[in-house]
Design a protein around this ligand. Structure first.
Ligand SMILES: Cc1cc2nc3c(=O)[nH]c(=O)nc-3n(C[C@H](O)[C@H](O)[C@H](O)COP(=O)(O)OP(=O)(O)OC[C@H]3O[C@@H](n4cnc5c(N)ncnc54)[C@H](O)[C@@H]3O)c2cc1C
Length: 481
């Protein structure tokens, strides 16, 4: 460790009584925490990792780092965001790792669940299900609470009740000056509003108090299809989305998957009926497409515990949103195959994987968000039913990722974008939690929301700590419009 800034930062953290949760390179806990990022891409080499145990210790850490001239830092919850400037880790600086703040509690009197940011959804669901209740969160077990909810949150319940962030009624937040505040409809309401999707721009959230639903068994599982029925799956998916608005208890993730060294891709359609009702109307056409079905009744906790996406490679992600249109989905499927063929030629032993996921973004969701006071995503501007597409490519080395897979993925997205634009179906919305480093989601959230975020940043972080000293992630100060 060469930098004198690093040495001052560590000395200041020790002086703040954080020595017993402070780890430097080569210490076992440091290596274990680095190894626990989902993707290899954000496994950087911070000068130190500090793991506060409560909001007071987060406050001490912020104060210590802010008073260290020139010291930058990162904020990590689950560590699932997978680009190396995502803000969950840092090369020349210190990482505040919230992994020890992972508790979930439920208060039957207030009917609110309180989630600490370092929790993983698999544990959150298991904890709340013990009380017969459920919260809206991630659909993969190990994704973290903090990043998903500060970035928006597509959940099983989004179609029925709005985004994950719409379910938060109160945030406990540590601000840039170390003060610990509550943000809700009556206390700091402007901060409350911008935290709903505004990402890591305003403070470190140390507790999310959330609305709950009754826990029910879901009817859930996979239908695995071969490439041969690609067009039938797409037509059935479009039918599903068209019927979804009248039956919002049905949830689908339609995933195209290529695994290393396999001859072909397959399609995995994951269906979930939230009230446990079998064969709901939106699923009916999907269920007639030939495929291997494995759908059973289960709890959400057991479902996400068994749905863990393998990790440990270098990732490139991109997302786009377009109006629901079969032609664009078919075009994306053709481009997916083209990407697969191209990477097969350039990556030794075809050792890469690609997943492409289609999921709905319905105009009706906005009414749930608006009814709960609104969020930062700005979807009121978009009256059409849309599709959010995300494609993720995973490779074995950083070099392959930067030189081969990322450029190929960008070329694919450029074609999808041009095609959607040629049909006048491109939609100006990028879901932040699915974006890659070349994308600028906040600029798609609408002028009014940008203004609110800029004002809140100036008010709650007047010296720009979360803009300059926490450089990672999507910064409101960097948005050009
Ligand atoms: C396998 C997989 C499945 C996924 N499934 C879903 C899904 O179902 N729905 C969905 O919406 N998204 C999903 N995502 C995307 C996911 O929402 C983002 O990657 C999210 O950022 C992960 O949360 P995290 O806590 O792990 O974030 P981290 O990687 O720890 O952090 C992500 C960002 O949030 C900031 N941040 C984290 N915690 C805080 C905090 N407490 N206060 C302020 N800022 C904070 C960080 O600085 C960073 O910029 C998935 C991702 C993966 C890899």
């Amino acid at each position: 460790m060469s930098s004198s800034i690093a040495q001052s930062a560590i000395a200041n953290l020790k002086e703040a009584s954080l020595e017993d949760v402070l780890y430097i390179p080569s210490q076992q806990t440091y290596d274990a925490r680095e190894g626990s990022y989902w993707s290899l891409t954000p496994r950087l080499s911070p000068w130190a990792i500090v793991q506060p145990r409560n909001a007071e210790e987060v406050s001490k850490a912020i104060k210590a780092l802010v008073k260290t001239d020139g010291c930058k830092f990162a904020i990590r919850s689950g560590g699932h965001m997978s680009w190396n400037g995502a803000g969950n880790n840092i090369e020349e600086g210190v990482t505040i790792d919230l992994g020890l703040m992972a508790k979930t509690t439920y208060n039957p009197e207030t009917k609110l669940a309180s989630l600490q940011p370092g929790g993983r959804w698999t544990n959150v669901y298991a904890d709340v299900e013990k009380h017969g209740v459920m919260v809206a969160g991630g659909r993969e077990g190990l994704v973290g609470v903090g990043g998903l909810l500060t970035g928006g949150g597509l959940t099983f319940f989004t179609c029925r009740d709005g985004w994950g962030c719409d379910q938060v009624v109160n945030y406990e937040v540590v601000l840039a000056d170390g003060s610990i505040v509550e943000a809700n409809d009556t206390m700091n309401p402007d901060l409350f509003r911008v935290l709903k999707g505004g990402h890591n721009n305003f403070g470190i959230v140390t507790r999310f108090d959330m609305k709950i639903f009754a826990a029910k068994n879901v009817w859930d599982g996979s239908i695995v299809h071969s490439k041969a029925v690609t067009n039938e799956v797409i037509e059935a998916y479009v039918d599903f989305q068209t019927k979804l608005v009248d039956s919002p208890d049905s949830h689908v993730l339609a995933m195209w998957v290529y695994m290393p060294q396999t001859p072909e891709y397959f399609i995995n359609v994951v269906v979930t009926s939230l009230d446990g009702v079998e064969n709901t109307k939106p699923f009916q056409k999907l269920l007639t497409v030939p495929g291997q079905q494995n759908i059973t009744s289960k709890t959400i906790a057991s479902k996400v515990a068994e749905f863990l996406v393998p990790s440990g490679r270098f990732d490139s992600w991109l997302t786009v949103t377009f109006e629901l249109d079969e032609r664009i989905i078919k075009k994306a499927a053709v481009l997916f195959e083209g990407l697969m063929e191209e990477l097969r030629k350039s990556i030794p032993d075809s050792n890469f994987s690609i997943s492409m996921v289609f999921q709905p973004l319905l105009a009706s969701w906005t009414q749930h968000s608006v009814a709960k006071g609104g969020n930062m995503l700005g979807l009121e501007r978009i009256p059409e039913n849309c599709v959010i597409l995300i494609v993720a490519v995973e490779v074995e080395t950083f070099e392959l990722s930067t030189k081969v897979s990322t450029p190929a993925l960008k070329a694919m997205f450029s074609e999808i974008g041009s095609y959607a634009t040629s049909l006048e179906k491109n939609v100006d919305f990028l879901y932040l939690n699915y974006c890659g480093d070349s994308q600028d989601p906040l600029s798609t959230y609408g002028e009014e929301n940008l203004k609110k975020m800029r004002e809140a940043s100036a008010k709650y972080d007047p010296t720009g700590v979360f803009q300059e000293r926490v450089p990672g992630g999507f910064k409101i100060s960097k948005v050009k419009i």
